[in-house]
Design a protein around this ligand. Structure first.
Ligand SMILES: [Fe+2]
Length: 413
């Protein structure tokens, strides 16, 4: 195992029965030289290198038992993986409250002492970190899927991934290299079940965060698809989340199957092309040389593909066709063996490589927030988490560099 010395920071991949073929997941042990709660000031340069290695090789790393961590440690830790990270949460300086943006449905607040750290979860909390009353809503697939699970299935404990995504608005701000999550309070609820297209089922913790690896997604492509992906640039929809505000997803949460409900340009907040996100379809991982298929299937708008033999570019700008093309590539990953679903424990500090995985909410937690006869909600069924994701100062790098490749992160006008 990689380690500075016997008592220093070290990591180990999660057990094989949990990782399966996902290529995701490692546990970091701070070691006897560190205090039990992460304090970056105590880490040596070698420790920091080990942390970076752990993340970029495993995409999701967990440090257990971090209850009581200083909120300001989260943005500082994010900068260890991305020195160009700005001090701005990737959803903007304030919590999203614009009703035109579907991300506002989370009702997420921010920690007053660390505005880069959002508060997410399920339930109402009083006098939390200087916030008199905080309400956080756990979104689930019933709000976003074209055909949600039936009440019978929900009652039987089934759930689905809500929406596979990277943490970024695809407008004006670049995706952060990492997102950091910290479980302050974890609800005590029975496991839930996910079904896969091949008929298999998987038990996951209620409210598990699900991940799949962009590297694994790339490996699952045919050689022709890999070549197409390596030569393709993805343009996202202008004000992508406003654009899909009235759209609904497939049952795997990966794409939008029906056209016609997209928000028209004149009904969106003011926008300009130079702020619209545009990225290569396949990204180079900073820590390894593997190609990562990183594309948000719900927010895509246009594909520009280079013919390597002529250097000419062709454009696919029919959104329905664009979505279908991306979905045909990405959907292969939707198998039990390729998904890592993090089972939250109180105190967990999880860092994930936002440019190396797609992730999704799972679980049906909101149903446990109904008040009883005494007008109370069972505290053991509430969830509270911190989330730190900061806009990067550097755009993702293309895996294949060619004349005309766009690595600016935005449409060139
Ligand atoms: Fe997210």
């Amino acid at each position: 195992m990689p380690s500075r010395e016997e008592t220093g920071l070290w990591f180990e991949p999660l057990p094989a029965d949990i990782r399966k073929q996902s290529d995701i997941g490692a546990e970091v042990h701070l070691g006897a030289l560190s205090p039990p709660i992460l304090d970056l000031a105590t880490l040596t340069e070698a420790d920091k290198d080990t942390l970076r290695q752990a993340l970029f090789e495993n995409q999701v790393i967990a440090i257990r038992n971090q209850a009581g961590i200083d909120p300001k440690t989260l943005p500082a830790l994010a900068r260890l993986f991305d020195p160009t990270a700005s001090d701005i949460h990737s959803a903007g300086e304030k919590a999203v409250s614009d009703p035109r943006n579907i991300l506002s449905a989370y009702k997420a607040g921010r920690l007053p002492c660390a505005p880069q750290v959002g508060i997410i979860g399920s339930g109402t909390f009083k006098n939390y970190q200087g916030i008199p009353e905080l309400e956080v809503i756990h979104l689930d697939h019933t709000a976003f899927h074209e055909t949600p699970l039936t009440q019978e299935k929900l009652d039987a404990g089934y759930t689905r991934p809500y929406r596979w995504h990277m943490d970024t608005p695809f407008y004006e701000r670049l995706p952060g290299d990492v997102t950091i999550l910290h479980a302050v309070q974890v609800p005590q609820l029975p496991d839930q079940t996910i079904s896969f297209p091949d008929g298999s089922e998987e038990q996951i913790a209620a409210g598990a965060t699900a991940f799949f690896s962009g590297a694994r997604a790339f490996e699952l492509l045919t050689p022709e698809q890999q070549e197409f992906a390596l030569n393709t640039t993805v343009t996202y929809a202008p004000q992508a989340y406003e654009y899909i505000r009235h759209c609904k997803a497939t049952e795997d949460g990966m794409t939008i199957p029906t056209m016609g409900r997209e928000t028209k340009a004149e009904d969106m907040s003011p926008w300009s092309w130079d702020k619209v996100a545009e990225h290569p379809m396949v990204w180079r991982n900073p820590g390894t040389d593997r190609p990562f298929l990183q594309v948000h299937g719900c927010c895509v708008y246009r594909l520009t593909t280079r013919d390597p033999s002529t250097g000419n570019f062709s454009v696919m700008d029919d959104v329905e066709q664009v979505r279908a093309t991306v979905y045909a590539m990405q959907r292969r990953i939707w198998q039990a063996g390729h998904i890592y679903a993090h089972r939250w424990e109180e105190g967990d500090l999880v860092v994930f490589h936002n440019r190396g995985v797609m992730h999704s909410i799972t679980g049906q937690l909101a149903q446990y927030q109904k008040k009883d006869a005494e007008d109370e909600v069972d505290d053991t069924k509430k969830r509270l988490m911190w989330q730190c994701t900061m806009t990067s100062g550097t755009a993702p790098k293309a895996f294949r560099n060619y004349d005309g490749v766009n690595e600016t992160g935005f449409v060139r006008v």
